[in-house]
Design a protein around this ligand. Structure first.
Ligand code: NI
Length: 288
């Protein structure tokens, strides 16, 4: 009997490992899904799921912790924030999930599968299978978020910001008024327009669609306003929709204008260094 139970414990241990770390039957395990997710992606509520990847990670962690506590005889009732912990620290959230998984993996081998969970009508066997299913259910929701058009749009916005960071770095303020020819926009006019575009993204996402014209303020103030408007979009927790139209309109437009800035830099004698953007790590908006 002990042998049979121990064998079963090892099978469950194997299933839990597969759900958390990899070689799950259905596809990606929890940490395979989380691999490469940036802090901004993790905080965005996209794909109609209602919770961000970070929210889901903390929720999964809370239940891995609860399972471990329940096996130890603690009822571990999760209500409110204990069930859906407050986010804010993406690296910390992943670390919490990893630690919780390790703690649970440590107790599975010796768990009494037939013992009742305190206060519940089921035993540890059902608890352990339940927590494995729960982990994979929410990992699946995270996959939907990563593949959603809005997730891709947010990544595209991050990529525009990354390229803009390079286009705006290391030029003197007088570049702002560089005139390449009659009728050609100056760099500060382009940057003022870039700020307009990202302000418009939010207006479109929240349904007003209002276009606001921004006057040129002078190079440094224009650059600061652009970063502020871009950061407002990146930090926006509502849905950025319709994602496809936001991409084809203001975001694609912004990308072309960042390219124009690059061209003007070369004409003005401040060429940018080249870079392999495929290899770039795209992350947060604010650049100084
Ligand atoms: Ni859940």
């Amino acid at each position: 009997m002990v042998t049979r139970l121990m064998r079963e414990n090892h099978r469950i241990l194997d299933q839990l490992r597969r759900a958390v770390y990899g070689e799950a039957w259905h596809g990606d395990a929890l940490f395979e899904v989380l691999h490469g997710v940036s802090a901004e992606e993790a905080k965005a509520k996209v794909g109609g799921v209602g919770h961000s990847i970070e929210d889901l990670t903390l929720h999964v962690a809370a239940w891995l912790e609860a399972a471990e506590r329940r096996i130890g005889g603690d009822p571990a009732i999760l209500l409110g924030e204990a069930d859906w912990p407050e986010g804010g620290d993406w690296e910390g959230a992943k670390e919490r999930a990893r630690f919780a998984a390790e703690r649970l993996l440590d107790v599975v081998e010796k768990a009494d599968l037939d013992a009742a969970v305190p206060g519940k009508a089921y035993d540890n066997y059902h608890l352990l299978h339940g927590v494995i299913q729960h982990t994979l259910y929410h990992a699946g929701q995270m996959v939907l978020q990563k593949r959603s058009p809005e997730g891709l749009l947010r990544h595209a916005i991050g990529a525009v910001g990354y390229r803009a960071g390079k286009a705006l770095a290391g030029v003197p303020p007088e570049f702002g008024t560089f005139a390449a020819g009659a009728g050609v926009k100056t760099p500060e006019e382009l940057v003022a327009h870039l700020a307009e575009l990202f302000a418009w993204v939010l207006e479109l996402a929240n349904g007003t669609g209002r276009w606001r014209r921004f006057e040129v303020l002078g190079w440094e103030a224009d650059v600061a306003r652009f970063w502020e408007k871009l950061a407002a979009v990146e930090e926006y927790r509502g849905r950025l929709a319709p994602a496809e139209r936001l991409l084809q309109g203001p975001v694609a437009d912004a990308l072309t204008h960042v390219g124009q800035l690059g061209m003007l830099r070369r004409l003005a004698g401040y060429p940018m260094t080249s870079e392999n953007y495929f290899a770039a790590t795209i992350s947060v908006a604010k650049k100084d």
